[in-house]
Design a protein around this ligand. Structure first.
Ligand code: SAH
Length: 344
């Protein structure tokens, strides 16, 4: 069992097996999740014999920085981290007026197959463990020295396809004995695995899902997102309603605008009708062109028109602010370039 993925209760039990008292578990937990230690040697208030025993039994999951790209425009930093098994993943540090946000990956690769997305091109390699998700935040905190206030699970991978590890990760980062990030400051982006979204609603957490919709009807959504063959737009909207009923959280719908595919006035109208009566917020994202695909981003005037059409129907809309546009490879592209040997 990965020691950094354990809850404090699990860690206390594991240390009890080594005949260690509960306060040792608390000390160790704080070293891992507050002081963000990268080796047992740093944990100087633990007896040397215990540190040696732990090092033997429990390798500490630590990510190493392979690449960091710094935007010269707005402080965005893109990281490529190496996992203990040699795989690499992407994370991004962004600055907003309310603090520092980190966007993390939840899987190595992805099996959802969205046609506009670079992360899914090589398929799913494996799930990330809870500690590998948390370590992305820890490694960025160690690197920059600043506290992270917001987390978006919006990098590579489908978080609800790695549901149990996602929940364990949420427990770790919101734990008052760890970084203690507020649940309200966590956003989970999903392509819409309906049963998992409903299970998450039943937990009544204060985290906010962002639903990747990208199309106002089943026919078009199935062309863009294979997951739409498993769940209809109607089922997805009903699950979103259920989430809001259970938790009181307002839903965000992400809609990436692709020129000539999903950005017409008629499609905006159809989207507005779909979301009517829902306390929803729509985030429009001009699509990031991916070299392996031939989608183009919508013209600015079409983006603004799409926004206006939705607003006229009383829907709250934002256009995603482009951060780090000078280092703005689309999600998953940094990793792909790195792995194909073309550097960053
Ligand atoms: N699997 C999750 C989270 C990862 S993708 C999900 O589907 O939500 C994060 C967001 O980026 C999703 O809304 C996804 O549809 C969107 N996205 C992926 N590739 C994109 C691209 N090339 N341009 C714009 N948005 C993209």
């Amino acid at each position: 069992m990965d020691i950094k993925s354990m809850t404090l209760a699990e860690l206390t039990a594991a240390l009890a097996e080594l005949s260690e008292p509960a306060y040792r578990a608390k000390q160790l937990y704080a070293w891992m999740h507050v002081r963000l230690a990268t080796a047992y040697e740093e944990m100087t208030n633990l007896p040397k014999s215990l540190r040696e025993k732990l090092a033997e039994r429990y390798p500490l999951t630590v990510l190493t920085k392979a690449v960091r790209l710094d935007s010269k425009l707005d402080g965005t930093k893109k990281y490529l981290f190496r996992l203990p098994d040699g795989n690499v993943i992407e994370s991004v540090r962004m600055e907003y007026h309310h603090g520092v946000s980190v966007c993390i990956s939840s899987q190595v690769g992805c099996r959802m197959g969205c046609t506009f997305c670079a992360s899914t091109i090589g398929g799913l390699v494996r799930n990330l463990t809870p500690s590998e998700m948390a370590e992305q935040i820890y490694a960025i905190t160690r690197d920059t020295g600043e506290r992270v206030s917001n987390i978006v699970v919006m990098g590579t991978g489908e978080p609800l396809d790695n549901y149990d590890n996602l929940l364990a990760f949420l427990r770790i980062i919101t734990d008052e004995n760890g970084l203690h990030i507020s649940q309200r400051n966590v956003t989970i982006s999903t392509c819409g695995l309906v049963p998992k979204l409903r299970s998450l609603a039943d937990l009544k957490l204060a985290v906010t899902p962002a639903i990747s919709l990208h199309a106002p009807n089943d026919e078009l959504r199935r062309k863009l997102m294979p997951v739409a063959n498993s769940f209809s737009v109607r089922e997805l909207i009903d699950a979103a309603k259920y989430y809001t009923e259970k938790t009181g959280r307002r839903m965000t719908f992400e809609y990436s605008l692709i020129a000539g595919v999903n950005d017409s006035g008629a499609q905006a109208k159809e989207l507005a009708a779909l979301l009517k009566g829902l306390s929803a917020h729509v985030n429009l994202i001009p699509v990031n062109p991916v070299s392996e695909r031939d989608y183009k981003r919508s013209l600015v005037k079409n983006v603004l028109h799409f926004q206006k059409m939705l607003e006229n129907e009383g829907i709250h809309v934002t256009i995603r602010r482009e951060l780090g546009s000078d280092i703005n490879a689309a999600c998953g592209q940094l990793r792909r370039h790195y792995e194909s040997g073309s550097g960053e």
